[in-house]
Design a protein around this ligand. Structure first.
Ligand code: MRU
Length: 346
């Protein structure tokens, strides 16, 4: 990959600034955990697995910033750092998964010296980043088996290298199919309002030399009806125990259109995106983002002043529309309740 989404270097966290792509390829350096939290909230880094990594690295940074004489004081302040990270974005469960993993590691090493705990937390955050790259490659390997040669694959939002530590989930499947010489092409939904598809997916795939066509979201049905789409592959922010899947707003519409047109609709996500504590998708918290994301494009106002706006950032696709869920441990279809528990080893 010709870019790095997030990296720990010299006790700082470095991220490619996704708010500036595709125009500018700029890397920001963070030395303060509160700035990492702000970067997550402000979409400098976004995408479920990537914000899980960012939260973990933010906690490792925060642990270095804590001044404490006693373990009690250190752990109290660490809890506060974790709370700041948890308040950034509510929907992607990977964020909370990353926070919990860091907390568990800190707790398991409570008897060590504070500097040792800080070092252990740093190493854990780096490990989460490295593991995510391997996980995405495995998702790619499994997913590529579902993509026929010569396929046209429609994707929504950005579930690529930028949304993970590298390689991507939905785009991991696409990359793996491309690398296997399947001669595929991609239709990328632009993904209003934030334009992850136009700004990020199109940029990533073009860099990779994967043939890509950009369409606006309302064109997906047109191309499906004409028989121009072979299958859909999207990422996920949270998957409930029954397979209901929260992903970028508009994903549900794509899934319904795919069913209407007899087109397979696949979700690709790591096991860390499963939230088996929720029996179905109705209880997944849905983030609502600022109205300005709808009324403005790149600073230009496109709506009347004071118009009432809603801006839910995610929707939930019922499991019945999902042909299969692709994880690093294998592919689940049919009975999601049993299949997801098994694949998660729970
Ligand atoms: O608001 P975003 O850009 O963080 O939303 C991202 C998505 O919805 C992705 O599809 C999802 O996180 C999967 S990323 C591998």
């Amino acid at each position: 990959m010709s870019f790095r989404t997030i990296e720990w270097r010299d006790n700082t966290v470095i991220m490619i600034d996704q708010t500036r792509l595709p125009g500018e390829e700029i890397y920001n350096t963070y030395a303060d955990y509160k700035d990492v939290a702000e970067a997550i909230r402000g979409m400098v880094i976004r995408g479920a697995p990537a914000i899980g990594v960012a939260a973990a690295m933010g906690i490792a940074l925060g642990a270095r910033e804590i001044i404490a004489d006693t373990h009690e004081s250190f752990f109290r302040q660490l809890e506060n750092v974790c709370d700041v990270m948890a308040r950034t974005r509510p929907t992607a469960v990977n964020l909370f998964w990353g926070i919990e993993r860091m907390k568990r590691v800190a707790e398991a090493n409570r008897d060590k010296k504070l500097d040792q705990i800080r070092e252990i937390l740093k190493n854990e955050a780096i490990r989460i980043e490295e593991e995510d790259q391997t996980i995405c490659r495995n998702i790619g390997k499994w997913g590529a088996t579902l993509i026929p040669a010569g396929a046209t694959v429609l994707t929504h939002c950005n579930a690529g290298g930028l949304a993970t530590a590298g390689y991507g989930t939905a785009l991991g499947v696409i990359r793996a199919a491309h690398e296997a010489g399947k001669n595929i092409q991609v239709f990328a939904d632009e993904t209003r309002p934030w334009l992850q598809g136009a700004r990020l997916t199109a940029w990533e795939l073009m860099k990779e030399g994967i043939p890509t066509t950009l369409i606006s979201d309302n064109m997906a049905g047109f191309f499906m009806q004409r028989g121009e789409i072979t299958c859909c592959v999207v990422g996920a922010d949270r998957i409930a125990a029954n397979g209901d899947t929260a992903n970028k707003i508009g994903t549900y519409s794509v899934a319904v259109l795919a069913r209407e047109n007899n087109i397979p609709f696949y979700v690709a996500a790591p096991v860390s995106t499963l939230d088996l504590s929720l029996s179905d998708g109705s209880r997944i918290p849905i983030e609502e983002r600022p109205a300005s994301e709808v009324t403005h494009i790149r600073g230009a106002n496109i709506a009347p002043e004071n118009i009432k706006v809603r801006n839910p950032s995610f929707d939930v696709t019922p499991a019945r529309y999902i042909s299969a869920i692709i994880t690093e441990n294998g592919i689940v279809s049919g009975d999601y309740c049993a299949g997801l528990r098994k694949i998660a080893g729970r």
